[in-house]
Ligand binder design. Structure first.
Ligand code: THU
Length: 154
């Protein structure tokens, strides 16, 4: 089975290049003095608003927050709880992005909280070099809000 989704049929209303551009721009703000690995992310809300984030490290290490969760926190704290897509770019410090940076397990789970089954994850090296997945492929058989008795309160 092909895990990379064909680009034609899913992306009608997702501004892929703009999301990647936004993530690349956000990566420039990354605070990563300890790992030297800088990440930018851009989430798209159902209303087609874009919120960006970068990783923010800490001398005490564990308080470090990933770029994806910075972006999600910005969107949710502004009142946007339904997210449609995310673009992620990450690499060793420097202008070029030499690899695809996939969201870590924690970020996949946090995305899951605000995503539906169509949610798209874009990992990119540049505006023209990217791969597209559904979150459901990257986090199969997941645990989400609807599993709890109290249900989803989005
Ligand atoms: N990082 C992210 O920002 N997103 C991820 O999904 C994986 C890791 C950051 C955290 C840390 O600042 C650096 O990359 C190295 O782990």
């Amino acid at each position: 089975m092909e895990s990379e989704i064909s680009r034609e049929n899913i992306l009608m209303d997702i501004p892929v290049k703009e999301l990647i551009r936004s993530a690349l721009e956000a990566r420039k703000k990354a605070y990563a003095p300890y790992s030297g690995y800088t990440v930018g992310a851009a989430v798209l809300t159902n209303e087609l608003r874009i919120y960006t984030g970068c990783n923010i490290e800490n001398a005490s290490y564990t308080p470090t927050i990933c770029a994806e969760r910075t972006a999600i926190a910005k969107a949710v704290s502004e009142g946007w709880r339904k997210l449609k897509a995310i673009a992620v770019v990450g690499s060793e410090k420097g202008d070029t992005v030499g690899q695809y940076a996939f969201p870590c397990g924690v970020c996949r789970q946090v995305l899951r909280e605000f995503a539906d089954e169509q949610f798209i994850v874009i990992v990119a090296k540049s505006e023209s070099d990217y791969k597209i997945y559904r979150l459901i492929e990257l986090l199969p058989e997941s645990f989400g809000p609807e599993k709890l008795k109290s249900g989803r309160k989005l």
